[in-house]
Design a protein around this ligand. Structure first.
Ligand code: AMP
Length: 419
């Protein structure tokens, strides 16, 4: 399979060649011909699968054949949940579209609105936007939607998680009814399905990895540890394993700040990104991490959305997320494209419910590890994939790996645990 066999035009093929992509990823082979044919698409695809190119390339080709954009108008709208993802999608539009004569721009909150108004005055073919700023611009009459031909909702599940449903509904009501709509989402909850029912016309459904399944290229495990020892264990793992680029997730902004400071005290370069940081600080933090100046990036779920760093080898969940789907999003930051990644979760006994929910979602019990000197005083209870009370087949027992440990453990059954 080649990009040219998918029906892409010469200018786009040239950009792909310059970018060094020689073969389409599965989502691209599936989605590109369908989108070129003008159909609505509903795609289950995580970040890292190549989904951005799968909608950007055909979108550019379709716009390239159409009418000129009028002042203050846009012809394609790509909505994303976060500023970071918006900036990344806009970068892709620029890169893939460098040999077609289309204008594109990106708008998001947290930066001045006037430069955005000025750019929109001339009209742009592709606008990448976060919902809040888009509505602000519309309210200031900087933007008209009557020329919109294509709408893309990227990471739709996350937009709903972040509470954008009202904004999205408001925007949808302003768009022309006749248009092509493409919806990408890592997971398909009931809420997403309700939204898609109204939004899409006879959509072609595309699924590149099993629904709600974690990326196959990610090696996943948990380290059982007491809550109070998590920071020390993380420092120890980073130092002894010589990890040079680690993305660490915390549940709260304060947690991210605290952990960053403690790692710095241990001599490990670390920086936090979260919603309380200015856009400039977030961009700088990300740039430092990408340039290998910072070893550890500590992020909250929302701030980490859309971070696109190829071959990010290690993702650590300092705490497990309380929404199981977030686990899939988090570990989707590693094992991206074709590289192998490792996702490690530091789990204390009080998090067993979160662990169990995640294991049920991904349909596998995670391998457990215990590090010498960090043997938990409160072990994490054993989890099962099915309800013990149900008549279904018994779950697989978790496998325990012991790293550098002289401790023995008699079995996986809770009552016989011996440390
Ligand atoms: P995405 O899922 O859109 O975030 O893409 C994941 C990563 O894969 C990005 O860094 C892309 O630049 C890269 N990528 C996308 N398509 C291809 C391809 N066909 N060949 C090589 N790399 C690709």
């Amino acid at each position: 399979m080649t990009f040219s066999s998918l029906g892409l035009s010469a200018p786009l093929l040239q950009s792909l060649e310059e970018k060094g992509y020689n073969k389409p990823y599965p989502i691209q082979s599936e989605a590109i011909p369908i989108i070129l044919a003008g159909k609505d698409v509903m795609a289950a695809a995580q970040t890292g699968t190549g989904k951005t190119a799968s909608f950007t390339l055909p979108l550019l080709q379709r716009l390239d054949n159409g009418e000129r954009v009028k002042s203050k108008h846009i012809r394609a709208l790509v909505l994303t949940p976060t500023r970071e993802l918006a900036a990344q999608v806009a970068d892709s539009v620029t890169v893939y579209g460098q040999h077609v004569a289309l204008k594109s721009t990106v708008v998001f909150g947290g930066v001045k609105i006037n430069p955005q108004i000025n750019i929109l005055r001339e009209g742009v073919d592709v606008l990448v936007a976060t919902p809040g700023r888009l509505i602000d611009l519309y309210n200031q009459e900087a933007l008209k939607f009557s020329q919109v031909e294509i709408l893309v909702l990227d990471e739709a599940d996350r937009m709903l998680d972040m509470g954008f449903i009202r904004d999205i509904k408001k925007i949808l009501a302003l768009l022309p009814k006749t248009r092509q709509t493409l919806l990408f989402s890592a997971t398909f909850s009931e809420d997403i399905r309700r939204l898609t029912d109204k939004l899409l016309k006879n959509p072609v459904q595309i699924e590149v990895s099993p629904r709600n399944a974690a990326a196959q290229s990610v090696k996943q495990s948990i380290y059982e540890v007491d809550k109070s020892k998590k920071t020390a264990l993380l420092s120890h793992l980073i130092s002894t394993n010589n990890w040079d680029r680690v993305l660490v997730f915390t549940r709260t902004k304060h947690g991210a700040n605290r952990l960053t400071q403690k790692l710095q005290k241990d001599g490990i370069s670390a920086v936090a990104i979260h919603g309380n940081k200015s856009q400039g600080a977030r961009t700088r933090a990300l740039a430092g991490f990408k340039a290998n100046e910072t070893r550890v990036l500590v992020a909250t779920d929302i701030a980490a959305r859309g971070i696109d760093i190829i071959e990010l080898p290690h993702v650590v969940n300092f705490e497990l997320p309380n929404i199981p789907e977030d686990y899939i999003h988090r570990i989707g930051r590693t094992g991206r494209a074709s590289s192998l990644g490792e996702a490690i979760s530091l789990v204390s006994a009080d998090e067993v419910k979160f662990l169990s929910d995640i294991e049920k979602l991904i349909q596998q019990t995670l391998v457990r590890e215990i590090e010498t000197d960090f043997v938990p005083s409160q072990p994490v209870p054993i989890t099962h994939l099915t309800d013990r009370s149900s008549k279904h087949k018994a779950a697989k027992k978790p496998t325990h790996n012991r790293k550098n440990s002289n401790h023995t453990r008699s079995s996986n059954r809770p009552k016989k645990r011996a440390y």
